[in-house]
Design a protein. Sequence first.
Length: 311
Amino acid sequence: MLRATASVLVLALSLSACQKKAEEPVSAAAEPATAASSVVETTPPPPEPSQAAPPPSEEPKGIPAPADVGTPPADAKKTASGLTTKVLTPGKSKEHPADADQVKVHYTGWTKDGKMFDSSVQRGEPATFGVTQVIAGWTEALKLMTPGEKRRLWIPSKLAYGDAPQMGQPAGELTFDVELLEIVAAPKPPEDVKAPPASAKRTGSGLAYRVLTKGTGKVHPKPTDRVTVHYSGWTTDGKMFDSSIPRGQPTSFALNAVIKGWTEGVALMVEGEKTRFWIPADLAYGKNPRPGAPAGTLVFDIELLQIKSVP
């Protein structure tokens, strides 16, 4: 959903954050980068929330705007933030996406004067992105929706790109038709997220871990090797700050380019293994990390998919 062409800087500064390529683990380990770029110390991983909407390969010719594009009808509902919405097609369930989830949608956006600036419908390809990786108006609206629902949104400029946005982004009030196709739920926090159980093993550094699924390999990665993993990370209060699972794409990185707890912990694993780690602050980002990085003890579920030796 996100390549980046002028016209779609639309959800772009919104939806695009969602589709960051997960080449380097996001928020899992490295010098405190950002919540989404934690794991790797060098190149911060996946999305940079604030650009997101699938840019079309060609300038869109336009899908006709609805008759009420400029002014919401009397039966539309307005929230305290100023967002106005109207359900066009009811959903098929009672499930609503949460902040940590990803969603798959079809959408079309118009300016108040009826000019279309972006559409996944016209491209024939739905967009997938994180609920919080889009403009504020989208985040709020998505959490009101359920799968199968189609809703029209009238988003004030303060919840979109503003009245004087960057080049390529639409200004002022925007109108979207959004169809929620699927919710890709984020992993739930483990029951023992607050503290390692008595059965967990501990290393001399203070790292605690518990093997969840035994591996099939026999080789352990060296610090200079590149590894490919799936992972999810939580603070000890159960708040997830990063995960490769909802993105549906594993992360690859050099084992010596992440936070100390990851370097030590992953080196204990073999391919096919899934392990839970409780990483103390001094092996993660510290108790008072720079903005964007999670503080204190962190808990990670890591599945080691592949080890690639680097000469």
